[in-house]
Design a protein around this ligand. Sequence first.
Ligand SMILES: *Cc1c(COP(=O)(O)O)cnc(C)c1O
Length: 393
Amino acid sequence: MTDFIPFALPDIGDAEIEAVVSTLRSGWLTTGPNAAALEREFVEAMHPSAHVGAAQVQAVAVNSATAGLHLALEALGVGPGDEVLVPTWTFTATAEVVRYLGATPVLVDVHPDTLNIDLARAAEAVTPRTKAIMPVHFAGLPVPRGALADFAAAHGLRVIEDAAHSHPVDSEGMPVGLGTSDAVVFSFYATKTMTSGEGGMVVSADPQLIARMRTMRLHGISRDVFNRYTSTAPSWHYEVVAPGFKYNLTDVAASMARVQLTRSVAMRERRSAIADHYDSALAGLPLRLPSRPAPGTQHAWHLYALRLTDDAPMGRDDFIQRMSDAGVGCSVHFIPLHHHPYWRDLRGADAPALPVADAQFARAVSIPIFSSMTDAQIERVGQTVRAVLEGRS
Ligand SMILES: *Cc1c(COP(=O)(O)O)cnc(C)c1O
């Protein structure tokens, strides 16, 4: 039996290990110089000088994307009675943060090609209570920024992008993170495209939003109020202005993320080469392969998400079992939110059907795509998919 190829593995090298060890030796473990440097470098990596309006862009390091999404919604004033448009094709974190604030996520169906939120369906879901939309760039393929901005303007909505899958990529010629959305949130979770174990980043060009998120990230302690008094106040003095959260990123994690950031384009290019290999290795099989980005837009290839077609000789669950028996780990992204008991009950029995997500879920399977895969592993994954679908494995 050959070695099992896991579905995902982080790509951690000696430089990350040395950075963490050096932080441990420094004596400063929690939020400090490394987190501050990561915030600066994260914005710099988006080439701000090349883009209009990018000068004001700032980043707030947090201990997860979930925390970042929560902070962004809180800073925008989302609260009880508000509705927020969320694709049903996502991880529960995107919607749960809306509930943290007592608001209601309204689940929207996705486009069958991209599995991204379908803006035509989103338009039908808008009500006078709708306050914001939270698009997810599924698998790393951006929701087209122009269409998204037009949609938000037409309906007067705030936009918080869930970019947990999509660092670092361009959308219509400009990096995801820059542009007209109120906030863009990235994840550094262990399986994501760059990692600090747990961590995340919120990016915004709105200075008031940034200030509120910085305050709420750490117990509602206001640095602005604090600074106003630092010339006269004693060094132990600080002011609490709100019941904030504990969402700060440690320097241990930030030092790992700083190294990952320098490698993030190379890691994306490796995943992109894996996707190219799969596209040709899997051609002609009863599969719908992932959509390709339009010119000017990139794919982060966080996931390589396939759909079995009607002429596949087996169902999705059977396919995943056979892949596992042949030594390849697969997964499913995502179980639509409205299939989970909590979200099903919250929507109620009369909620509109989400037929595209229902149909695509039955066929969806993600195969391994991570930058530390060897050439031999990549080839074996492609050959195993073919062997399973041709009844040879
Ligand atoms: C992973 C993920 C999140 C949450 O990221 P964390 O950093 O683990 O909080 C949110 N949205 C999507 C789409 C994700 O895949």
